[in-house]
Write a protein that binds this ligand. Structure first.
Ligand code: NAP
Length: 308
């Protein structure tokens, strides 16, 4: 089977590249080259419809894994057009091609499609109500895929981080290394998720589809790692493991503050917690350990820094 992986240089895409080779020949694409060496890589603005069509015709994927996304949540408020091109039109085009060519599509969405004032972990059928343009564009992408009727799994996730890319873990480490005392938001709760664990969950879906090609389970599924934390509590865990991994000599001074102390262009939900029961019941995919994930990521960063 040929597999088309978009967003191959991103946090999730970089984790998927090597894992996907188990299931077929991977054709990878992104705006720029990934930091790891990849065969069959095409550098491309995937919103260019003709170029996308050419890539699809050339690679003839039996499976499309769409890890490309416009993830600049605040920037999306003033760049609605690009956010919708990447997060809504691209998934729609991929889904149309998948439907016409009998291919499967794995796509990713976000906790930010919810309004964020629930008092229970969100289940897949809960009412949506995005508070920002990013969330609106991701919801439009979900709807286009669902309506296309193609074989699909939409994995909604939250607070993604990894040892590379733009994420909260690397931002916190950079600030702590400046020796500053830090204020971190304590009234937004979510489930930090290591990109590798999301990639492994995606592999679980692929394996299930391979085992049951006649009646594959399709739909929207929530996947996140197993802890609910505020950004402040997440920062505490980051610094604890960073000290253990030798990335910091000591933990910085940290104070909890309300989100109103850091006004941002995009509003964010206070409650971003996803219930992962459905993915567990459907595919036997369990939420992975946050404690293990943050330890592994700290060690990865440390190993990389020691090598360079
Ligand atoms: N990050 C989070 O906290 C988070 C939370 C919930 C859900 N998600 C979802 O999880 C999925 C993976 O997120 P991630 O954190 O891995 O995102 P990411 O690191 O931002 O990766 C997305 C990749 O897509 C690329 N891309 C953007 N526009 C493109 C275009 N026009 N043509 C080609 N490539 C383009 C980006 O390139 P550039 O970097 O050069 O723009 C980037 O390499 C996404 O669907 C995202 O919405 C993420």
């Amino acid at each position: 089977m040929n597999i088309l992986l978009t967003g191959a240089a991103g946090q999730l895409g970089s984790e998927l590249i090597s894992l996907l080779t188990t299931y077929g020949t991977v054709f990878a694409t992104d705006l720029s080259k990934p930091h790891i060496t990849v065969e069959n890589f095409t550098e491309l603005d995937i919103c260019n419809t003709n170029e996308l069509k050419r890539l699809l015709e050339q690679s003839q994927p039996g499976l499309i894994v769409n890890a490309a996304a416009y993830t600049a949540v605040d920037q999306a408020e003033s760049d609605r057009e690009t956010a919708f091109a990447v997060n809504a039109k691209l998934p729609a085009d991929l889904a149309t091609w998948a439907k016409q060519n009998d291919a499967g599509l794995i796509h990713y969405s976000t906790d930010y499609i919810f309004e964020g004032s629930a008092t229970h972990p969100y289940v897949e059928d809960d009412m949506t109500g995005p508070r920002n343009v990013y969330g609106e564009s991701k919801l439009a992408g979900e709807e286009a895929i669902t309506n296309s009727g193609c074989k699909h799994a939409i994995l909604r996730t939250s607070w993604v981080y990894s040892s590379h890319g733009k994420n909260f873990v690397l931002s916190m480490l950079a600030l702590a290394r400046k020796g500053l005392s830090l204020k971190v938001v304590d009234d937004q709760q979510g489930c930090p998720t290591w990109a590798r664990n999301l990639a492994l969950a995606s592999c679980g879906v692929i394996e299930s589809w391979q085992q049951d090609p006649a009646t594959p389970a399709v739909g929207v599924f929530h996947y996140c790692d197993d802890r609910t934390l505020s950004w402040y509590e997440f920062a505490i865990q980051i610094f604890r493991t960073a000290v253990k991994a030798g990335l910091l000599q000591k933990e910085p001074e940290l104070s909890p503050v309300p989100a109103t102390e850091f006004p941002t262009p995009a509003q964010r939900p206070e409650w971003s917690v996803l219930d992962t029961s459905k993915i567990e019941e459907t595919f036997n995919i369990q939420a992975a350990s946050f404690d293990q994930a943050i330890t592994d990521v700290s060690n990865e960063i440390s190993n990389r820094e020691q090598k360079s």
